[in-house]
Design a binder for this molecule. Structure first.
Ligand code: PLP
Length: 439
């Protein structure tokens, strides 16, 4: 191993293989990542699904720099920083229905922990404190906190970390290759799987269940669009049972599916929305939860709130609403609105799907699932060596094809910036095709 690299224990990385043959980026602009040896690599996954307006946006860099010079940090508790209130209003305006109260954090994982905790505190404040169970879904990804891995359903993220948070159950995954392979958008088959919630209600009773958390499109597991009718049914069942519905929109927010939030695209008003990533175009750590008015108001007015000088919700971070992150967030939202990037994503969707589906001709491809501007391409795993082909693709795309694309296990996930051109989409397809042919 290269000794100079040994001190940094890299996140979600095959450290031994990386350090034997590293991959470095040192600059970026548009959809281009520049390597340490000066090569221009095409970014097919918006960094990690966060650079929705493309890299190196001048307005965001300027806003961060200006903010750093003016006010680098303001205490987040009991004192305010005006632009954070402005950003909250902007986000409330983008969110559906009466989701109009925003808590800030810095990572998607923290947003998830906050949403889960708020659901518990809300029921308790209403005098319904037996509602403590949390329901996630198999193959879900909700970050790396204990709450998130507990409601999450990706086994590799869970298996080494003990017994998890208690009182958690999971809906079954919405994916079936047998019934859904090579579907474009929402698969026709599988809407009935939302009724798995009825099974869990039958098992635990609704009076013990606090919240259901799902990604509208499961992202990190490999892009699994919801089957037709699934999310609508889940909303109906949760509503009838008094269970809160949390949409984890850390990936699907800010235009990935052609609207501000996936909730809008699917015509659903969840109770809480977790956001991160695209909110700041990835330029500074920023995340949060948007909460329905009734939940917020309950926590403000219930007897548990106490007198006015009491803190109503004992939750927050030193860096909640950090000035540099807020500056980045405001500048990113300005770009999305000014450049019409959410509708742009929507208008590119059909062509994107068509181009991605052409990968079907390539060897190794087991399924392709495009929706919005995201797409999972499953490869058949090498017998007895799951993930080996995926890792080979990480190396090949980067070293041989000047392409960066996120790979999870044996699934390629294409999710370009919303500024992507058709030519760039074709280039992504062609570079993936050549790497698959050489695999
Ligand atoms: N939730 C979802 C749906 C995500 O996709 C992610 C990250 O990819 C997270 C939560 C965690 O976000 P972070 O890595 O910022 O903690």
């Amino acid at each position: 191993m290269n000794e100079e690299l040994s001190n940094y224990w890299m996140p979600f990385t095959a450290n031994r293989a990386f350090k034997a043959r590293p991959r470095f980026f040192t600059a970026a602009h548009g959809l281009t990542l520049v390597t340490d040896d000066g090569r221009e690599v095409l970014d097919a996954t918006s960094g990690l699904y966060c650079v929705n307006a493309g890299h190196g946006r001048r307005e965001i860099a300027d806003a961060i720099a200006e903010q750093a010079r003016t006010l680098d940090y303001a205490p987040a508790f009991q004192f305010g920083f005006p632009p954070a209130f402005k950003l909250a209003s902007r986000l409330a305006a983008l969110a559906p229905g009466d989701l109009n109260h925003v808590l800030f954090a810095t990572s998607g994982s923290e947003a998830v922990e906050a949403a889960l905790k708020i659901s518990l505190a809300y029921h308790r404040a209403r005098g319904d404190g037996s509602r403590t169970r949390l329901i996630g879904r198999e193959r879900g990804y909700h970050g790396v906190g204990f709450g998130g891995i507990s409601v999450g359903g990706m086994v590799a993220n869970r298996k080494a970390f003990g017994a998890m948070v208690g009182g958690v159950d999971h809906l079954s995954s919405t994916y079936s290759r047998e019934h859904q392979a090579f579907s474009i958008g929402e698969p026709d088959w599988g809407g009935h799987l939302a009724d798995d919630l009825s099974r869990l209600i039958g098992l635990h009773d609704a009076s013990n269940i606090s919240a259901v958390i799902v990604e509208p499109v499961a992202g990190s597991t490999g892009c699994l669009p919801p089957p037709k009718g699934y999310l609508q049914r889940l909303r109906q069942l949760t509503q009838e049972a008094g269970i809160l519905l949390i949409f984890d929109e850390v990936i699907t927010g800010f235009g990935r599916l052609g609207s501000a939030f996936a909730a809008e695209r699917f015509g659903i008003v969840p109770d809480l929305i977790c956001f991160a990533k695209g909110v700041s175009n990835g330029a500074a750590p920023l995340s949060g939860v948007i909460v329905r008015k009734e939940i917020h108001d309950t926590l403000m007015t219930a007897p548990s709130a106490g007198p006015d000088y009491h803190v109503e919700l004992f939750h927050g971070h030193t860096y909640s609403g950090h000035p540099l992150s807020v500056a980045a967030g405001l500048a990113a939202l300005d770009i999305y609105a000014r450049d019409g990037l959410f509708p742009r994503a929507r208008s590119l969707e059909a062509r994107f799907a068509e181009i991605m589906m052409q990968l079907k001709q390539s060897p190794h491809v087991a399924d392709i699932r495009p929706i919005g501007l995201m797409c999972g391409v499953d490869l058949f795993p090498e017998p007895g060596r799951p993930g080996a082909k995926g890792y080979a693709m990480i190396e090949r795309t980067f070293h041989d094809a000047n392409l960066y694309v996120r790979i999870a296990g044996d699934t390629i996930i294409v999710a370009p910036s919303l500024t992507v051109t058709e030519d760039e989409l074709v280039m992504m397809r062609d570079r993936i095709t050549s790497c698959l042919a050489a695999l």
